[in-house]
Design a binder for this molecule. Structure first.
Ligand code: BTN
Length: 251
């Protein structure tokens, strides 16, 4: 990774690159305690021993994949500090901006609430943590230069990688620079024109027409997905009418 090139071409102020970490998300959280609000930090790891997914899920960090967490203050982009359910979708749109030009023949889009898919396979997972002071940690696991040949058997039918899709490797520094630039543009647009940005969620949603079951604790809602609202809510048409869902786990 070319840290100087990355710092010179993005708004990111500090970078850490580790050969191995338990989780970039956890490292960014620990480092945040020593950093003032106006310092952003990118933590990248070649390998994670305890990569975290949403809930109790684990993230497979295959050799060559891009695992990173970006700590920043949303106020830097004109956003209030506080929970915003759309943030994971904005991060997803930024990932799409990076990978779509590399995959011209493919259908790339969002799976609510936090995944980027290519067709029916997951290319990237996103995890957003909010610190008590309102700073955000956007964690992204992008299957870039890793290959399904090395993936655990249970993932091989479900995920995909840039290397497997394109038969070539992709320079991580360039992926990260493009991501940081796309994210800054997305967050600024969210602050200025949330409805304009929010329309993209639905346009990029790949779950239209899918029958989905959303679980929240011991409650479950099953319905046909009619898209994503401009405020980031998943829209489900159920037997008892339209449900507007802000959280939960899809099965
Ligand atoms: C999911 O699919 O549930 C989200 C996966 C998020 C994985 C990334 S990899 C970098 C960052 N560090 C972690 O421990 N998790 C996120």
């Amino acid at each position: 990774m070319d840290q100087q090139h990355l710092l010179a071409n993005t708004w990111i102020t500090t970078v850490e690159h580790h050969a191995e970490l338990s989780s970039t998300q956890d490292r960014a959280r620990t480092a945040a305690a020593q950093l003032p609000l106006d310092v952003s930090l990118l933590v990248v790891a070649d390998q994670q021993t305890q990569g975290r997914g949403r809930g109790s899920n684990r993230w497979w960090t295959g050799a060559g994949s891009l695992a990173f967490s970006l700590l920043f203050d949303p106020a830097q982009f004109g956003l209030p500090r506080g929970p915003r359910p759309e943030i994971s979708l904005v991060v997803g749109l930024a990932v799409i901006e990076v990978v779509e030009p590399l995959l011209p023949e493919r259908i790339v889009g969002l799976h609510w609430p936090n995944d980027v898919y290519v067709g029916s396979r997951k290319l990237a997972g996103i995890l957003i943590d909010m610190l008590p002071d309102g700073r955000l940690i956007a964690g992204v696991g992008l299957n870039s230069n890793n290959t399904l040949a090395d993936a655990p058997a249970e993932l091989r039918e479900q995920v995909t990688t840039l290397l497997d899709l394109t038969d070539r490797t992709h320079e991580p520094t360039e992926l990260l620079i493009h991501f940081a630039q796309a994210l800054a543009a997305g967050l600024s647009l969210l602050a200025k024109s949330p409805v304009e940005l929010g329309r993209q969620f639905d346009l990029r949603c790949l779950q239209h027409g899918h029958s989905l079951t959303l679980r929240n604790g011991d409650q479950a809602i099953t319905g046909i997905c009619t898209g994503i609202a401009t405020d980031g809510a998943l829209l489900l048409d159920t037997d008892t009418g339209r449900r507007v869902c802000y959280s939960g786990t899809l099965r």
